[in-house]
Design a protein around this ligand. Sequence first.
Ligand SMILES: Nc1nc2c(ncn2[C@@H]2O[C@H](COP(=O)(O)OP(=O)(O)O)[C@@H](O)[C@H]2O)c(=O)[nH]1
Ligand SMILES: [Mg+2]
Length: 435
Amino acid sequence: MATPTGIELLNEVTCPNCWQKFPPEDALAIAGHGDLMGDPRLTNDQEHLRFVPTRFTPECAALDEKDTSSFDLACPNCRLLVPRVMFERRDTLFLSIFGRVSSGKSYFLSALGRQLNSSFPQRFGLGVTEPHSASNAVIRDYENKLFNNPDPDALVDIPATQPSGHKHYQEVEYAGDLRRYPRPMYFQVAPTGRHPNAKDPVRYMRTICLYDNSGEHFAPQWAKPNRPETEHLARSSAMLFVFDPTREPAFIERCRVASSDPQFEEAVKNKENEPQAVILATADQNVKKWLGREIAAPLDTPLVVMVAKFDAWRHLVKGELPSFATGREGDFSVIQGFRVDEVERVSTKIRELLLTLCPLIVSTAERFSRRVCYIPTSATGCSPTMVEQSADGNPCYKFRRGSIRPIWAEVPLLWILQELTSGVVPVASVRGTSA
Ligand SMILES: Nc1nc2c(ncn2[C@@H]2O[C@H](COP(=O)(O)OP(=O)(O)O)[C@@H](O)[C@H]2O)c(=O)[nH]1
Ligand SMILES: [Mg+2]
């Protein structure tokens, strides 16, 4: 089916919230008029009313009962917003980020958002747009907090992700049963400028649908396979597990003296550092239950084990990380090539380190997926300072804005993109030149 604008539609749309499949003509419209607030099935009273559209503008926007036009559509099952890009005949990559509480997921997303707007276009000729910008409010807010304070001496932080609340989750009532869905974020990546495929951006464009989770939902007692908060993991095209060395006993032992990061000492005081392999193992079991697969058989879904907060444990791998792209630092006159071989060499090195310090992570990851890549990342490139103790007794960490410099924050996504697509990320040939 084609719309008047020539966009080809899917015969069947998959809702990125409840995963129900529906024909595009069954979509509900979301009212545009300010008086039509609240929908009987949604607990957030800031949501507009959903309705079956019967009248349209020439541009195909639905007209609500107050004659206000709106382009926003919703799923007929869960009534949550489904951005128009999800109706288009185009490959969507679903990516899920998970890991324990405080492992650094929100900081990582903030740094990733930053790199998508800088490193992607500058180095790889990849333009990144937000096809539904309201859905990306959380990541933009994170990015603003961490990077956009004009005072380099300002102390900045990102408040912890709440396991409930409308900012990160959306609630739907099903005959008295309340279900909570993580709010997806949407990006579109397409070749631009000097990218070798820039002449055909539509062919190579990919929509990325990204889920951030509050860590509680991956604790074994919570992550039941029928909880919608975690179901999206089973639907993912690739998964990112954030592993936090500052909460892992073997790393703490090696780093508490050598590293200036206060998180190691804090973890010693805390005493309750449950091995993070438990979260990974729970996710593994739940995903395979969802998919009806045998627990012993690894999936083909790529899994990135992101070993976070690299700035705090970098001495364990003796030195700097190599460049993950061809070309000179800061020289954006030519398209750079992503050095997969170099990233995979680093992955082998990190795997060896993990095998020595927490072998269970490696065995669990490799039972989960046959395509695992171990990638060190740092969202900030520097350690935080503890500025105060919050009311609940937890420390409050902040970073000096001018000292924040992400390390390898875009590498997990580049690796996933080159695993799942071709012609999108320019990949370096083995000799180190741009392809
Ligand atoms: N040293 C260091 N600390 C980090 C980094 N990223 C996050 N943190 C710290 O880890 C804590 C938890 O991060 P957050 O992203 O909120 O964790 P989440 O619960 O997984 O979303 C924060 O208080 C930060 O101080 C990093 O790249 N390096
Ligand atoms: Mg968070």
